[in-house]
Design a protein around this ligand. Structure first.
Ligand SMILES: [Ca+2]
Ligand SMILES: [Ca+2]
Ligand SMILES: [Ca+2]
Length: 169
């Protein structure tokens, strides 16, 4: 078998992504993701604890309260499902008076400049859908970034969450 020439590309493979996500979530550096670590990690991208618990349950069939690497990779391969639905589910649970859309936006906008750039979106994707591809990300960016300036502003974000059809100009 001739060894394949390594591709000169800087894009991480899905497996790299999974390891990256695992490391991001695994605060105490042991071999498992605890429910607490999972909740905390997902909270940084605007996912409410209740929604995080539901997800956790789905990938922890033995109910041990810990995701081992195998269970975690099952999560990573499937992802969280539709991200918009995930944020919306959180919205339904939000307390009155809390603007959950704004909270989610702030969670995604790490540097707080009022726009979500591709790097910030990538961080969200690594945690919520680790097996995503560059194409997935480009598609998502395109779908949300209506004025095509390369980043997502608050208005574009709320429109996307609300799934408003783009208005014909
Ligand atoms: Ca851990
Ligand atoms: Ca930003
Ligand atoms: Ca934009």
């Amino acid at each position: 078998m001739a060894p394949k020439k390594p591709k000169r590309t800087n894009k991480p493979s899905p497996l790299d992504r999974m390891h990256e996500a695992f490391a991001l979530l695994n605060n105490d550096g042991d071999t498992m993701i605890s429910k607490e670590e999972f909740r905390k990690g997902l909270a940084t991208v605007g996912v409410t604890p209740d929604v995080a618990d539901q997800l956790f349950k789905r990938f922890d069939p033995d109910g041990s309260g810990q995701l081992d690497k195998e269970e975690f990779f099952a999560y990573a391969a499937k992802g969280t499902g539709e991200m918009r639905r995930l944020i919306r589910n959180g919205l339904l649970e939000a307390d009155e008076g809390v603007d959950a859309v704004l909270e989610a936006f702030r969670a995604w906008d790490v540097d707080g400049d009022g726009r979500i750039d591709p790097t910030e979106l990538e961080r969200v994707l690594v945690l919520l859908n680790p097996s995503f591809t560059k194409t997935d990300m480009t598609k998502m960016m395109k779908a949300i970034d209506k004025n095509k300036d390369g980043s997502i502003d608050y208005e574009e974000f709320t429109d996307w969450i609300a799934d408003k059809k783009p208005m014909k100009k």
